[in-house]
Each structure stands twice: as structure tokens, then as C-alpha cells.
Design a protein around this ligand. Structure first.
Ligand code: SAM
Ligand code: SF4
Ligand code: SF4
Length: 346
């Protein structure tokens, strides 16, 4: 099954909830996601059975990797049961989870036992005050580090640690973070801050380009490029020349990877999106709840993918080349309405 640009569907990201126990300013700013925000009511969420059914149909269409995300996926009660259901689907070779790590320490073993293969943990800073400012909540970095340790001990590694780098916010922690994960079994990945959604007030000057991140780290510890492990891998890999391990950079803004994008996203309320920057998704819940049989669902999904032409990041880059000090202050054009990352699944 190929889209209009010849890309197969290989990966599925499933958002299991739009709720979160943090309010990261770049993802769910409190002004928007505060007391007045209407989160999805329970009956609008796909049930685990419904999620597993969509996943099984998509596995039949070529999906091999599934990632559970949100919102904060560990807030969804009984997530281990969904993990077990997904792990038993024929064709699924890799089942992973992205989490902020707050609830991970006491859940890691049960998730591994249920069949989860890997975990990615988001951690943007080690300094408590900086992390508090970013998460807009009094989050103790130790609690997240405990989650990372527990996941490593449970065999959910190598645990990837995601750091979204923003200029003037946490780029002062690049070296501290690198140092913390050197000589560890974890792989730290630096992510360029993306213009996802429309509530975070993204500006290009807040992005620290991957090239600059690499230059700053390699000035301290020289780096050597590594080949990709899998086709379509979004992170570019490097290793420390002194043998202290590996890092990754995800340059979604300065060097987009749309040409190899094989990813579909299922929102918590059952809409299928074919791009992180999509305006709208295809309602599968209605189909599921109207009693559609698997072949009908499979045909609908195939139709959506066959019509896919998304290449938002590549178009953004073509419209304006990578940031430079000269053009950094020019405002980017206002984007069309876009779904929020916490809803569509990061
Ligand atoms: N709550 C979980 C977490 O934080 O890991 C899972 C969902 S979160 C939306 C998934 C990932 O998206 C996190 O690593 C987060 O840092 C990243 N993210 C959110 N907004 C982003 C943005 N504007 N640019 C780059 N990454 C972003
Ligand atoms: Fe929550 Fe993750 Fe978004 Fe932070 S990045 S607000 S932890 S969903
Ligand atoms: Fe894929 Fe859309 Fe991101 Fe391009 S912008 S890599 S098509 S999700």
C-alpha cells in the first residue's frame, strides 16, 4: 500500500489519551489547557478493543511498528492490557511507548511483562528550576530518572531520552544532559523544536538547529557519524569518539524527512491522521461503532493512505531555507489550523 509519493505505511502512533500530568509550555500551555479546557469524555475515546482492531487491520496493510503516546499514555488506566492486545497482533515487530516518565518507575516491569519492547522518555532539563519552568509543574527530575532506570532494568532499553531544545530555555543544558547520559545504556536524542499545533507560539528563532547542537557537543566531546539502523529512521545517529556511547539528533525543521515518512497517527478519539501537521483526520470511530466489518475498515484505510500527499515540513523548508542569524527574526507565515500534538500523539 503506497501513497501518492510512493511511501508505504509502516509505523502507527496511537494516542491513548489527550490528558497529561504536565503542562509543557511548548505542547499544552496552561492558558489553553487549563481548568476551562474540555478534554475528551470517556465515551469518545476509542476502547482498547477498538484500538486493537484498527491496529490489526493496519498490520494487514503493512504496519510493523506501533508506538503508544498521548497526552501522557500512562494516565490511561490499564494500559498494560492494551499493550498485551497489541503485542499479540501478527506482523507487529516493535511495540514502544513515549512517556514523560513521571509514572514509569512503578509501571515499567508490568509493561515489559505485557509485551512492550521499548520506551522513550522525554526529559528536557536536569536543573529542577528549568524543568519546572518548561513543564509548568513542580516536576522532580529524579523521578523521571528513576523511571528511566526502572525501564532499563525491566529490559525496555536501550531507553531513548528525548530533549526538545529551545533557545534561551534549555539550550544551556546541552552539555549537562550529554554528560549525564554519556557512559550510560540510554541514548539521548536532541529534538529541534517544531511548529506543531497552533497554541505554543512557536517562532523560528526559538529553534536551535541540529547543526549547532552537534557543533556545541562535539566541541567538548568529538563525535563521529553512524549509519542509520533502519530505513526511514528520523534520528541521525552519532557516537562519541572516546567510546562513551551514542546520541541522536532529530532535525525535523532544518532537514525534514518527509520523503521517507511512513507514519500514520490514530488520535485518542479514533481519527486517522497522515501527517503531524494535518488539519483534519479521517473518522474511524464512526465506522467502527456503525458496525463496519474488517474489510470495510481496511478499504477505508487503504483509500486514505492512497490519497496521501503530505510533506508539510519539506514544504516549510522549501518556502524558507534553514534559519540563519540574518533571517531568524522574520516571522514565519501564519499556518493553517493544525491539530495539537497532545491530541494527535507526538
Ligand atoms: N507525554 C509524553 C511525553 O512527553 O513523552 C508523550 C506525548 S509528547 C506530545 C511526545 C513527544 O513530543 C515528547 O518527547 C515531547 O517533548 C515532544 N514534543 C511536544 N511538542 C513538541 C514540539 N513543539 N516540538 C518538538 N517536540 C515536541
Ligand atoms: Fe504532556 Fe508530553 Fe505534552 Fe509535556 S510533551 S505536555 S508531558 S504530552
Ligand atoms: Fe511526515 Fe508530515 Fe512530518 Fe513530513 S511533516 S515527516 S509528512 S509527519
Amino acid at each position: 500500500m503506497l501513497d501518492t509519493l510512493g511511501r508505504p505505511m509502516r509505523d502507527l502512533r496511537i494516542s491513548v489519551t489527550d490528558r497529561c500530568n504536565m503542562r509543557c509550555r511548548y505542547c499544552m500551555p496552561r492558558e489553553v489547557f487549563g481548568a476551562g479546557h474540555r478534554f475528551l469524555p470517556r465515551d469518545e475515546l476509542l476502547s482498547f478493543e477498538e484500538i486493537a482492531r484498527v491496529a490489526a487491520v493496519l498490520a494487514g496493510h503493512g504496519v510493523r511498528k506501533i508506538r503508544l503516546t498521548g497526552g501522557e499514555p500512562l494516565l490511561r488506566r490499564g494500559l498494560e492490557n492494551l499493550v498485551a492486545m497489541l503485542a499479540s497482533i501478527d506482523g507487529i515487530e516493535d511495540l514502544s511507548l513515549t512517556t514523560n516518565g513521571l509514572l514509569l518507575a512503578r509501571r515499567a516491569q508490568a509493561l515489559a511483562d505485557a509485551g512492550l519492547n521499548r520506551v522513550t522518555v522525554s526529559l528536557d532539563a536536569l536543573d529542577p528550576a528549568t524543568l519546572h519552568r518548561i513543564a509548568d509543574a513542580p516536576v522532580a527530575p529524579e523521578r523521571i530518572l528513576d523511571g528511566i532506570e526502572a525501564a532499563t532494568d525491566a529490559g525496555l532499553g536501550p531507553v531513548k531520552v528525548n530533549m526538545v531544545v529551545r533557545r534561551g530555555v534549555n539550550d544551556g543544558e546541552l552539555i549537562v544532559m550529554a554528560n549525564r547520559f554519556r557512559h550510560s545504556p540510554q541514548v539521548l536524542r536532541f529534538i529541534e523544536y517544531m511548529d506543531v499545533g497552533s497554541t505554543n507560539g512557536w517562532r523560528r528563532e526559538h529553534v536551535v538547529p541540529a547543526a549547532e547542537i552537534l557543533a556545541r557537543i562535539s566541541a567538548r566531546w568529538p563525535l563521529e557519524a553512524l549509519p542509520p539502523t533502519t530505513p526511514g529512521e528520523v534520528a541521525t545517529r552519532y557516537r562519541y569518539a572516546d567510546g562513551a556511547g551514542e546520541i541522536g539528533v532529530i532535525h525535523a525543521v532544518t532537514a525534514p524527512f518527509c520523503h521517507g515518512c511512513t507514519r500514520a497517527r490514530l488520535s485518542a478519539d479514533g481519527r486517522l491522521y497522515t501527517c503531524l501537521f494535518a488539519t483534519d483526520g479521517h473518522d474511524l470511530r464512526e465506522l467502527l461503532r456503525a458496525g463496519a466489518e474488517d474489510p470495510e475498515i481496511a478499504a477505508a484505510l487503504a483509500g486514505v493512505w492512497a490519497g496521501r500527499s503530505d510533506r508539510y515540513s519539506a514544504e516549510r523548508s522549501a518556502a524558507r531555507p534553514a534559519a540563519s542569524p540574518r533571517n531568524a527574526r522574520r516571522a514565519d507565515p501564519p499556518a493553517r489550523p493544525r491539530v495539537e500534538m497532545s491530541y494527535i500523539g507526538g
